[in-house]
Design a protein around this ligand. Structure first.
Ligand SMILES: Nc1ncnc2c1ncn2[C@@H]1O[C@H](COP(=O)(O)OP(=O)(O)O)[C@@H](O)[C@H]1O
Ligand SMILES: [Mg+2]
Length: 517
């Protein structure tokens, strides 16, 4: 063991002393050695493993670049970040729908009409029932009235169906356009960011922002806004109609409803919190799996298949336990709300029945009252859903704004554009460089190199010593921490990056071309 360690240390010092290239692991503090791996501890959450086969004295070093380990992800999953609803965030979120203002106003008009029509149903039903049970008029008169009333109602319902159609169509088509515009804005902005930013963000995370977050924003501005408004209209109309139908019965329900509704809301929030915990847990599991599957060669290279499967199993069991908790809370919630809803109906029926028996209320009025109470209760639930969805929308919007508002450090459209093509004298002067995603690992330290025009220069070095890094600095995909790269004596930071890159031909080790390039 000690011999191996010494051999590795020797190799490391040989590498670090090599012409200004600086190996990352010089900053590492402690190392422990297992049979085939050296596990390096001490760098924040990063655990790196260096594979060291000692074939004919050559030392080949490979680093597994997992950003965190399994236990880390599990810890993160327990931390639930709650999004606070700030007024300015909500206003900014709604501002995203500015381009669809007109369509949304028309859609809201349709919504008000269709909700009003829906809310006229209990009233009409009560009237019909009273008409049927009215013993004053003759049989033929009642029949005539019933027919007339039904035809008018049919006309109103046709209007209701039409406005409902337009409401759903307008809100949803607006949502499609909002999502499309947002996605194209976010993607444009993403592509403008400097390379270092992409290194610090996972591809999965960026894809998530581009696809899911934008969808959630569109949804909270259309479907959710529509449902929220509908619920509000229905609550206002429902309670007003309840008071109009029977003030004394309304008083009885106002005593019962708030207690039951309050309990349901508090418990509902508890259930939602657990659900959110569970979703976060699954998001972290997916992230962890994405990292492993994305680096499958590393996993296989280190023979970590079984260990990774076990770690995944542990995470799943963890989520399963939380899932049980959620299922338990959810079942209790449904049991309780069902029971309490029936309690409300019974108390209203009991007191309403007394009123009907004592002729203080007609049977039709009692029926419409119960229906209004039911509609209002459903709408209260709808409003609480609206709040949850709005929360999600704001959370998604904040993640998207982070991208839209981010100022990139290497702007593409600024800088000097020389009139003539470059001669091609390249100078790297006292370069100090580390990648933004791994600032602690210095890749180039006091690196100097001059490349003369017309000459072919080969840069030779061990794998991972920083050769490719030099070319990325020349393309200005990254800026050095110190020192400068000069093209014909001009610092490339002063040049327009598009002009600079269009004068450099580069073929990467792993060449991937998109169908546009
Ligand atoms: N985008 C990146 N983020 C963090 N570290 C990187 C990145 N690209 C390369 N590295 C690390 O920088 C070092 C130098 O890499 P590179 O220039 O590709 O080496 P070479 O081309 O000489 O094989 C390696 O340790 C590598 O792991
Ligand atoms: Mg390379």
């Amino acid at each position: 063991m000690i011999t191996r360690c010494a051999c590795i240390k020797g190799a490391l010092s040989r590498l670090t002393s090599h012409s200004g290239f600086c190996r990352p692991f010089v900053t590492l503090r402690t190392t422990t050695i297992s049979r085939r791996f050296i596990t390096v501890h001490g760098l924040r959450s990063i655990q790196k493993q260096i594979f060291v086969p000692t074939v004919r004295g050559n030392v080949c070093l490979r680093i597994a670049r997992f950003r965190g380990n399994v236990s880390n992800n599990a810890q993160q999953a327990d931390k639930v970040t709650k999004v606070k609803l700030h007024r300015k965030d909500v206003i900014r979120l709604i501002g995203l729908a500015k381009s669809e203002k007109l369509v949304l106003i028309v859609a809201m008009g349709c919504l008000v009409i269709s909700s009003a029509i829906t809310m006229s149903v209990p009233f009409a039903l009560g009237k019909i029932l009273d008409m049927i049970f009215d013993k004053k008029g003759t049989h033929a008169e009642t029949m005539e009235k019933l027919k007339e009333f039904s035809i008018i109602l049919l006309g109103i319902f046709v209007l209701g169906g039409l406005t409902n159609y337009f409401r759903v169509y307008l809100f949803n088509s607006a949502s499609l356009r909002i999502v499309k515009d947002l996605r194209s804005r976010v993607y444009r902005r993403m592509l403008l960011q400097e390379t270092g930013w992409f290194d610090t963000k996972g591809t999965g995370e960026l894809l998530n922002r581009l696809v899911n977050d934008t969808y959630m924003i569109g949804n909270s501005l259309s479907q959710n806004l529509s449902d929220g408004l509908r619920s509000t209209v229905m609550i206002v109309a429902g309670t007003s109609m309840m008071i109009y139908t029977s003030p004394s019965l309304s008083l009885v329900s106002t005593c019962v409803v708030p207690c039951v509704a309050g309990m349901a809301i508090v418990y509902g929030r508890y259930v939602r919190n657990i659900t959110r915990n569970l979703l976060d847990k699954f998001a972290n599991i997916s992230k962890s799996v994405e990292e492993r599957l994305g680096n499958i060669k590393t996993v296989k290279g280190f023979c970590k298949e079984q260990e990774e499967s076990k770690a995944y199993e542990i995470l799943l069991t963890d989520a399963l336990n939380l899932g049980y908790k959620e299922v338990q809370a959810r079942s209790l919630f449904f049991g309780l709300t069902g029971f309490s809803g029936n309690v409300i109906i019974i108390s209203v029926l009991y007191y309403g029945g007394i009123l009907v028996i004592s002729d203080a209320l007609s049977i039709g009025a009692l029926t419409s009252f119960i229906l209004y109470a039911g509609y209002s209760a459903i709408s209260i639930n709808g409003l609480s859903n609206f709040y949850t969805e709005l929360n999600k929308g704001v959370g998604a919007a904040q993640r998207v704004w982070e991208i839209l508002d981010r100022q990139y450090s290497i702007p593409l459209h600024t800088g000097f554009v020389p009139k003539t093509p470059p001669r091609g004298e390249i100078k790297f002067e006292n370069i100090l460089f580390s990648f933004p995603s791994r600032e602690e690992s210095i890749i180039l330290n006091n690196f100097n190199l001059t490349l003369l025009p017309g000459e072919t220069t080969a840069v030779v070095g061990r794998s991972g010593s920083g050769k490719t890094t030099i070319s990325t600095l020349l393309l200005r995909l990254y800026d050095p921490l110190q020192g400068q790269v000069l093209l014909d004596g001009i610092d490339i930071k002063e040049l327009n990056p598009i002009w600079l890159r269009s004068h450099i031909g580069a073929v990467n080790q792993v060449s991937v071309l998109t169908n546009q390039i």
